[in-house]
Design a protein around this ligand. Structure first.
Ligand code: G6P
Length: 604
């Protein structure tokens, strides 16, 4: 949530900050600001609206300093306006604070500060930190921040600059921060893409870490001031990976990256000779007799697909739950439970807390994660990286299909270890997994037909998505994609459940997307379609190539390549992503940065 960039070195800081923030804008984009040290004074410029608004005002006001901090915001406390934008300054204007997260005791802190005569300029919780650090400051910024953090509780990725300091002081609890190491210059950011134009050598801060960042070096300590050592990691994402590469939107680029992403996720892990998956994990799958899958958003739907996969191939019961529910309901987990947390960012706070809860109960913990070195990877027993590369579009696409591919590997791994997946079906399934990159390539070829359908229905005010069995979660993910980026209300239902309520919504204005790919339940799904048609509904069927019946029962058909029925969610997700994308483009929506959302949700 929110983007942070800090810089100390020899370049013009404002340029580095703006460039970094541009790369982090997907994390929040309702206001932005910078503070730069110019001739021994901190100059702050901050604006409501997208980063471009800030960039325009910086054109009129040169900030020629080489130390600065910057922020893009996703509002939690206080409306997205100029005063609530970060950085927040102390009253004397000598220090500037940028903060991601929530200071939970900000109200009592604020009351105390008001009583001591402080005047506040914003409604944010973050501003209390500026005043508190100002009170503690006696010539040493690092000490002042450290003392302030003994009083402030909650989540923070905190970055502080002072006009009398040659260093930026940062601290992290819950909200991620990563330091970038350069030559004669150093950086800090809330996520790696901001650092990629300058360095690939990074240090991921852990909870409770502080750092003083100067141009020649970085000092790391804990909150008590004791030195700490952290590994310097070489990140392997290239700059191009985080650029649009000629596509009009990141989302479209990421949709088209899915064939190679699947290759990355699966390749090297499938052992066709033995029809198994080698995951290089320490966990022993034979030890567990139930699985809990915990995730949020699209990752949750990927987990729901994973339930069908694991239950079918390993015959182990699986419960799937959104992390924000799991963490508070005293779940029944023990040493025989394998808790799997799925997260693209590895930073979603609900997912992190939920997996901690499972670990407290003794469960083995496995992360299915994209972002290397992220918070969740440091908490779990083992991580299976999906290797999808940076996902910038706020609506998840390539990470979603890669998560399902990873769950397929986990299902094979468990099924084989438990002796419940026999050679023949294992060989068939792994051979189909191997074909996925090519099949997804084929699915992408349907884009012109999907664009035609999107145009035809883009003025609909509602959409319904239906699917059965392993395609029920696909229907939910399709509806989520559409509402996220087009703002068309979309609802999803297991097809067989439609008659228990949503059937009342059906009329000639409602497009109904039905997943009718090949499966043992094909006939039953077709009966559900007849129920829609009988009430005048307009049916868009997603059918397997070669299904000549589909055209008879649907007004529009999108064909997907044939695959193993358990892998249909992967090839079917692709056209649904394209349908959402093309619809949002027809409606002129901001595809990569839809309103109110953020890519990485580090608040509860
Ligand atoms: C946000 C994003 C979703 C994402 C969810 C979980 O809500 O907008 O696209 O699926 O967070 O994120 P994670 O990083 O844990 O996969």
């Amino acid at each position: 949530m929110c983007g942070i960039v800090g810089y100390v070195g020899f370049r013009e800081a404002a340029g580095v900050l703006l460039e970094g923030l541009r790369r982090l804008e997907y994390r929040g984009y309702d206001s932005a600001g910078v503070a730069v040290k110019v001739n021994g004074r901190l100059e702050v410029v901050k604006k409501a609206g997208k980063l471009q608004v800030l960039a325009e005002s910086l054109k009129e006001r040169a900030l020629p300093g080489t130390l600065g901090v910057g922020h893009t915001r996703w509002a939690t406390h206080g409306a997205p306006n100029d005063p609530n934008a970060h950085p927040h300054s102390s009253e004397d204007g000598r220090l500037a604070v940028i903060h991601n997260g929530i200071i939970e005791n900000y109200l009592p802190l604020k009351e105390g500060l008001l009583q001591r005569g402080h005047v506040f300029a914003s409604e944010t919780d973050s501003e209390v930190l500026a005043h508190l650090i100002e009170e503690k400051y006696q010539g040493n910024l690092y000490q002042a921040v450290r003392l302030a953090l003994q009083e402030a509780h909650g989540a923070y990725g905190l970055v502080v600059a002072h006009q009398d300091s040659e260093e930026i002081v940062v601290a992290r609890t819950v909200s991620p921060l990563v330091i970038g190491l350069g030559e004669g210059e150093n950086f800090v950011a809330s996520d790696v893409p901001a650092l990629l134009p300058y360095t690939r050598r990074v240090i991921f801060l852990h909870d409770g870490d502080m750092a003083a960042i100067g141009k020649e070096g970085v000092r790391l300590t804990d909150l008590k001031g004791n030195p700490v050592q952290r590994e310097v990691v070489e990140v392997d994402w290239s700059l191009e990976d985080s650029e649009k590469g000629g596509y009009p939107h990141y989302m479209l680029k990421e949709i088209y990256e899915q064939p190679w992403v699947l290759e990355n996720t699966l390749g090297g892990r499938l052992r066709e000779e033995s029809a198994t998956a080698e995951l290089g994990l320490k966990l022993d799958p034979a030890r567990y007799d139930k699985v809990h899958v915990i995730a949020c958003g699209s990752a949750y739907y990927a987990g729901w697909v994973g339930k069908y996969l694991i239950e079918a191939l390993a015959r182990v019961p699986v419960e799937v739950e959104v992390a924000s529910e799991y963490r508070y309901r005293d779940p029944v987990a023990d040493q025989k439970t394998l808790a799997i947390v799925i997260s693209q960012s590895g930073e979603t706070i609900d997912s992190l807390e939920a997996i901690r809860e499972a670990a407290r109960k003794g469960a083995g913990t496995l992360g299915i994660i994209n972002a290397k070195g992220s918070s969740i990877t440091r908490e779990v027993d083992d991580t299976l990286y999906i290797h999808a590369g940076p996902e910038i579009g706020v609506a998840s696409t390539k990470a979603y299909t890669a998560m399902i591919a990873a769950m397929s590997l986990v299902a094979v791994w468990m099924g084989r270890a438990k002796g419940r997946l026999q050679d023949q079906p294992a060989a068939e399934f792994t051979a189909e997994l191997r074909k996925l990159p090519r099949l997804v390539e084929e699915a992408l070829e349907e884009r012109p037909e999907i664009a035609r359908i999107a145009l035809k229905y883009h003025q609909a005010s509602d959409y319904l998505f239906l699917g059965r069995h392993i395609q029920a979660p696909t229907a939910y993910e399709g509806a989520l994609k559409l509402k996220e980026i087009s703002y068309i209300h979309a609802e999803a239902y297991p097809a067989g459940e439609m008659k228990h309520g949503p059937i009342a919504l059906i009329d000639e204005h409602l497009p109904v997307v039905v997943l009718t790919t090949e499966s043992p339940l094909y006939e039953k799904t077709v009966s559900n379609i007849q129920e829609v048609r009988a009430r005048g509904g307009r049916v868009i069927a997603l059918a397997t190539k070669g299904d000549s019946e589909a055209k008879k029962f649907a007004q529009d058909v999108i064909y997907v390549p044939r695959t193993h029925p358990l892998l249909a969610p992967i090839v079917s997700a692709v056209p649904l992503q394209l349908l959402a994308y093309e619809t949002a483009v027809c409606l002129g929506r901001d595809v990569d940065q839809p309103r109110n959302l953020a890519k990485s949700v580090t608040v509860e």
